[in-house]
Design a protein around this ligand. Structure first.
Ligand SMILES: *Cc1c(COP(=O)(O)O)cnc(C)c1O
Length: 396
């Protein structure tokens, strides 16, 4: 089928929940993808922070191939070998003592909210019924996670929403301290707000949130769905702040494209989940776990985090060069390889111009160009990206 036919077919049969670019991507390798007309693109979207090891990473491909020939699926009524190995790897490399596996970021956050509520009911009584979350946050698209998400645009039309959420501004400890009351059982937040426009909190903020949670004996839940698994140059973003959450959620980069999610917690909290309290048919599926093991081993063995930190700094430096050239660039901010470029103009035009020149980037919060390339991206690929961006900016 021709590209136009494929697109017509898609529009006919698929619910239009996405505004899509007129492009059918059929193949990928490293930081590059190809469309159905044979055009190549440098991919600085990477499935939105999913394909952190680059497309079709040989170790991940090999792990999935071997696993699919052996066993694709078995119920969690039985023990699953790669799940056992991956859970140990996660526990050994994080604050957590226990893991629950699911299939997406929203599901991981649902599981976190359920676990926090169950723990609170068991240990603090039913009067504690409020979870504080942040304005401009993003936690997923299920009913509970849109209620947790502090952005009205994701909630409108879906009322009544599950109750028990209260919003405060991000990066504001005073507002948080004020909002905590007798009903509060926890705080849920992203270490860096991704969808909200790559918002990086001030030094001391996450430490301050931890302290408020400790002072009031409430739970600190970190949504590391976007920044976990290496994106900030640390395996988990919290590591850089000298704090530990009580519960953490992961998804996007875990399987390098294989759909998977996880919710991690300390033993004390996890122990309220007993047989029957929560479940997932596909959670911890052998194929997903095989992909996840390959991803985590590669990150731990192959200097992926080092490259992420190094290229992240290089990208910031190159973008600072662009900023001194164009007035329409308001701010550049980033940590590791999650980088935002805030514009005073509409970002979608820039994204389209880059696309036509062979660069995939994404615009979030209307005017923030977000760069989330594979963590294995090279210096020359960054040069190429910024070169294209420079051309695109010249026209505005
Ligand atoms: C993407 C994202 C989610 C939702 O993940 P899905 O897999 O789309 O359900 C939740 N939280 C954060 C921080 C995200 O970036």
């Amino acid at each position: 089928m021709k590209t136009e036919e494929l697109i017509a077919e898609a529009n006919k049969n698929i619910m239009s929940t996405y505004k899509r670019f007129p492009l059918v991507i059929i193949k990928g390798s490293g930081a590059r993808v190809w469309d159905s007309d044979g055009n190549a693109y440098l991919d600085f979207v990477a499935g939105i922070a999913v394909c952190s090891l680059g497309h079709s990473h040989p170790k991940v491909v090999d792990a999935i191939k071997k696993q699919v020939e052996r066993l694709s699926h078995v119920s969690n009524l039985y023990y699953i070998e790669p799940q056992i190995h991956y859970a140990r790897l996660l526990v050994e490399n994080s604050f957590a003592d226990k893991v629950f596996f699911c299939n997406s970021g929203a599901e991981a956050n649902e599981a976190a909210i359920k676990l926090a509520r169950k723990y609170t009911h068991a240990h603090m009584g039913k009067d504690k019924c409020e979870l504080i979350t942040m304005r401009d946050s993003f936690h997923g698209r299920t009913l509970a996670t849109i209620a947790a998400t502090g952005q009205e645009k994701f909630q409108l039309g879906f009322e009544p929403l599950p109750s028990g959420f209260r919003y405060v501004p991000f990066n504001d400890l005073t507002a948080l301290e004020k909002a905590v009351n007798d009903r509060t059982y926890g705080v849920l937040l992203e270490p860096i707000q991704g969808e909200g426009g790559v918002k990086i909190p001030d030094r001391g903020y996450l430490e301050g949130v931890r302290k408020i949670c400790d002072d009031h004996q409430i739970l600190m839940i970190l949504d590391e769905v976007q920044v976990g698994m290496g994106r900030t140059g640390h395996l988990f973003a919290y590591e850089d702040y000298g704090i530990k959450p009580d519960i953490m959620t992961l998804a996007k980069a875990m399987g390098n494209g294989f759909p998977v999610g996880a919710m991690l917690a300390t033993e004390r909290i996890a122990s309220v989940f007993v047989p029957g309290t929560h479940a997932s048919t596909f959670g911890g599926n052998p194929l997903a776990m095989a992909a996840c093991i390959a991803v985590l081993e590669t990150i731990l063995e192959q200097k992926v985090l080092e490259n992420c930190r190094k290229q992240g700094l290089y990208l910031l430096e190159k973008l600072a060069g662009l900023k001194s050239k164009y007035k329409s660039i308001k701010e550049i901010r980033g940590k590791g390889l999650i980088v935002g470029m805030e514009l005073t103009i509409d970002g979608s035009k820039i994204v389209e111009r880059c696309l036509r020149r062979g660069l995939l980037i994404n615009c979030t919060a209307e005017n923030v160009i977000r760069f989330v390339p594979p963590l294995i991206v090279s210096k020359s690929e960054i040069d190429q990206c910024v070169g294209i961006l420079d051309e695109a900016m010249q026209l505005s």
